[in-house]
Each structure stands twice: as C-alpha cells, then as structure tokens.
Ligand binder design. Sequence first.
Ligand code: NAD
Length: 465
Amino acid sequence: MVEVKAKLQEVFQLQKQHQHIIKKTSAEERIEKLQKLKAEILAQTPAILEALQQDLGKPAFEVVSSELLNVIGEIDYYSANLKQWMEPVEVPSRNEGAVAKIITEPKGQCLIYSAWNYPFMLLFLPLIPAVGAGNVCILKPSEMAPATSNLSAKIINKVFEESEVAVIEGGVDVASALLELPFNHIFFTGSTHVGREIMQAAGKHLASVTLELGGKCPVIVDEKVNLEEIVPRIASAKYSNAGQICLAPDHVYVKEGQQEEFVRLVGEYIQRGYFENSELNTTDLSKIINDRNLQRLEGLLEDAIAKGATVQVGGKIKDGRLYPTVLTDVSFDAKIMQEEIFGPILPVLTYTNLEDVIDQINARPKPLGLYVFSEDQQVVDLVLSNTSSGGATVNDVVRHMLEPNLPFGGVNESGIGRYTGIFGFKEFSHERGVLYQAPVGNNPLETFGHTPYKGKLEMLMQRIK
Ligand code: NAD
C-alpha cells in the first residue's frame, strides 16, 4: 500500500502542475481529445463487448444500447455544443458603466469513481464533461468488474497523457487512499452508504461532490391504462442487466383487482424474452455480478417468502443467474421492501387509493427515479406534485436519463448534483462572477460609499422602502 500511495501522490502532483495548461485549452482542442477518445472506443468495441461478457455476462445488444451508445452520443453532443457553453455570459449590471460576466472555469483536479453495473458507461460518461470543462482527473473504475476496469485503463492510456487523465485501478483500499488527496471535485457513482463516506472525506478539503446514488424507484400504474402496452416497458427495464440498474423499477403498485392480469403479462414477457423450449436462455440475461450479490438476492427472496410473499414467476438460480422473478403478497416488513433490490425480482403490490401510495413513497428516502403510468393528466399531476425524486418518466421507465436536455441525478439519499449535457459541463465547472468596472471615471455611487459618512445616511435610508 505504501507504494500505491506514493504512486497516487506522484500522479496527483503531476496533474496539479499540468492543470493550468489544460485549463487554457480551447473548445476545439477539447473536442479533438473527445473525438480521439471516441475513435479509440470504436476501435476497441469488440474488446469492450468481450470484457463486459466476462464481468457480467452482459448481452452484446445491451452493451451497445446502454453502454456504448450513451457514451458516443454524449461525445457528439459535447462536440456540437461545447464552444457555445464555454462562452462567457454577460448579465445585467447594477453598477453604472460596469459590465458583469459569468466566466466558466474548470474546477481543477477531479476524481471519478464508477460502479460495477455499467462499468464502462459509468466511467466514461462523467469523463466527457470533466474533459469538456477543462479539468485534469483521476479515474477509479470498479474493482468488481475487473476486465472492464483493465480495458478502460488501456483506452485512457492510449488517448490521454497521465498528466491530464489517469486511471488508478484497485479495491476499497485504493479507493479510500484516493480520498485523502485534496481534489477540487469528486464525482462518485455507487451506493448511498459509500456516498456518505465520500461526502465526509470531501468535507476535509471542502471539495465539491456529485453523488450519483441508488434507491428504490417505484412504479405506479393507474387503473385506466392498457396493461398489454405498458407491461413490456416495465419488464424490459426490470430484467435488462438482470435488474442491476440504479433506475430500474424496484417495485410496482397496481390497482386492486388488476394484479392477476399484470402478473400474467409480466410472466408472458419473461417467457417470450428469456426462455427457449422451457429452458432459461442465458445469452440474453446478464449474470449477477458475484456470489456475494447472488446470496444477497437469495436472502431477500427467502426473507420475503418467510414473511408471506408468493413467488408467481421465477425464483430459481442457474449458472450465476437469478431467473426473472415476480412476487406478490409482499409484506412491507420484508427486507426486500426496505433496501434497493438491484436484481431481477419484481414485487407487485396493490392499492385502492392513490393517496396511500403517495404516503408510502413519501415515508421512504426520495428515490432516484419515479414512474407513473396514466392517461389522466390529473393523476400524473397528483403523483408528481405530491412526491419528490431525482427524476421521473411518465408512461415509461428510465428514459428521462436518455434525454440530453434534462438533468440526470438524485436528490438527498439518491444523490446530489446532476450530469449529462450542459448539466455535466456545469457540474465540472466553477461559474466565476466577474465585474468589469471602468478603471477611471466619474461614478458618484463609488465616492458616496467613502468615509466620512456624515450627511449620507439620510439619503441611504430613502432607498429602504
Ligand atoms: P459501491 O458504493 O460499493 O462502489 C462504488 C465505487 O466506490 C467503486 O469504485 C468502489 O471501489 C468505491 N468504494 C467502495 N468503498 C469505498 C470506500 N469506503 N471509500 C471510497 N470508495 C469506495 O457501489 P456499487 O456496488 O459498485 O454500485 C451499486 C450501487 O450504485 C447501487 O446502489 C446503485 O443504485 C448505484 N448506482 C447509481 C447510479 C446512478 O447513476 N445514480 C448508477 C449506477 C449504480
């Protein structure tokens, strides 16, 4: 560990020196670097598919749709808009003859941690705004996805000098050692529990933080919707990546009397999507990342069943995979209703009054995402105006994250700060307010504030109305 700490210090000091050069780079230079990164990612696509297959058994379709396309799309979006975002913005001044401007400057030295569930996307997506805003940074990939961590380091080393972007691989000991360094900004994706530690450590140096955390994202289904239409939207997001998605629907509320139909349709979706000749088709279903998490999910299932839950679909394990599962009769006392599920288990709950559902949601920490399905705008408004969440999608799930003009992030326990698009650029920037006063001039307001104050107070008092 002594050697690792020495290496961290060396890289940190190198970047400390170099940040001033990077800070002065133009939009064109930054875009050129991002495009170089894109070219390397495209060249490495087969290796990326292979690494994610090794780490998560992730189907190639899911790697391309949810890891690669997000990153490539964000690079192109930055390439099209960065120049404009970097321009100083002039704002009205209250000082006669002066000019007021907001000048955007990089935060400086940044640290980015990623989680293991989208180990490629969650490392590279925040790197784009970090580079776009002109920062130097150290990346710490998740040790739980080692093949992707290793490949990410190779890609970064090929595109960037260590003095600008460096990857430090390792486990919790390395992650903790990095927190001792006085970074200007820490961008963390991971669990709420570790997020708290990050924020505490950041407090020592008063570093700003972005915390992209998790939580239990609820789905509310109004009675007047076409279940056949909406069930595939919910089920595809729940079982993609084996439910290991921060924004995955955690549990669903359906109107009393509609549960049976809802469960039947989810069962049909599972049958169509994940079975061939009654056998689980493991090529389209990701693995659970490791034994510890598989055991955690097994434990959640056992506990729920012991407290009265009925397994309607799935519940079995094969080759490190948990079958897509549906539960009913789940007690609120069960652990599965206390913690983020983060796996392919869908509790289907029932309600009679929407107000009860709203109360139940408000009794928990604010979730990262909230989803309401209804054709009735009043129902949508009732839910949105009486709850809070990082973001929300109406009549679908997860998709608000894919909108480049919407901020993506949590609120309180599901996170602090936001990114993607201009929101990421701002997150990695310091907005510096600069007032340009004329060096010489006849500004009566200026001399008014000079001592002696005699005779001036009355004039000042007239301004307090
Ligand atoms: P985690 O908190 O265990 O680990 C995340 C990162 O933190 C890893 O790089 C790890 O090495 C590092 N880390 C672990 N312990 C640390 C410590 N004591 N000090 C400093 N760093 C430490 O999270 P995870 O298990 O990788 O990810 C799952 C969680 O992430 C879920 O809760 C999920 O909802 C959340 N998540 C959120 C988003 C989002 O965008 N909001 C995206 C993906 C995952």
